[in-house]
Design a protein around this ligand. Structure first.
Ligand SMILES: Cc1cc2nc3c(=O)[nH]c(=O)nc-3n(C[C@H](O)[C@H](O)[C@H](O)COP(=O)(O)O)c2cc1C
Length: 180
């Protein structure tokens, strides 16, 4: 598994080749089998191939036009009723924080997205997780109800680039033993 984890890259250039439906089903299957708190499985996935919908999704994603070269988008949605207000001020999160359930649902959906990224690599497909959009703009494009939260758009296709590995923090910077 570590081989695939090391090999995966975010892909932003794709060749003009359709992705086989069987492979898309395998990606969705890998997401379906992800773990989630209390096995709530809050995730939904919208498979988008329509050029006009892809174009609109790229536009609301800060006009990231590179996205269009991917033949398939998988829009990954957490089933929630509202979203956490973003604030610049420091906040300390704990179990009693407002909308804790909301955060758990986004967490769980993110796990399923991670499964898709790795299964895609296993199927020799490239992906990129895009999340630079705002909910109010993205929902109407795909008729997503306002009590759902779009966690990411995954662009999916055969890679037309081999990006270098992006840097990661060293283990010493992120791992603590016994105490923080
Ligand atoms: C939640 C999330 C949102 C992201 N949003 C974007 C995005 O909007 N546009 C983009 O080009 N890449 C996006 N990325 C890809 C990251 O830039 C990329 O994962 C990171 O730089 C590490 O590179 P790697 O995936 O090739 O290892 C996103 C990744 C994640 C996990």
């Amino acid at each position: 598994m570590i081989k695939e984890i090391k090999r995966r890259r975010s892909i932003r250039k794709y060749i003009n080749k359709a992705v086989e439906d069987e492979k898309i089903i395998k990606l969705l299957e890998s997401a379906r089998l992800a773990p989630s708190g209390s096995n709530t499985q809050p995730w939904h996935f919208i498979v988008v191939k329509s050029e006009s919908a892809k174009q609109k999704l790229a536009e609301v994603s800060h006009n990231q036009q590179w996205m269009i070269s991917a033949p398939v988008f998988i829009v990954c949605v957490a089933d929630i009723s509202s979203r956490l207000a973003a604030g610049d001020e420091y906040i300390s999160l704990n179990e009693e924080s407002p909308q804790e359930e909301l955060k758990q649902i986004i967490r769980d959906t993110a796990i399923s997205i991670g499964h898709i990224l790795l299964e895609a690599d296993n199927l020799e497909l490239g992906t990129c997780w895009v999340a630079w959009f705002i909910q109010e703009e993205i929902r109407p494009i795909l008729n997503i109800p306002s009590d759902k939260y779009v966690v990411g758009i995954l662009t999916v296709g055969y890679a037309n680039e081999i990006p270098k590995a992006r840097p990661r923090k060293k283990l010493e910077e992120i791992v603590h033993y016994e105490i923080w």
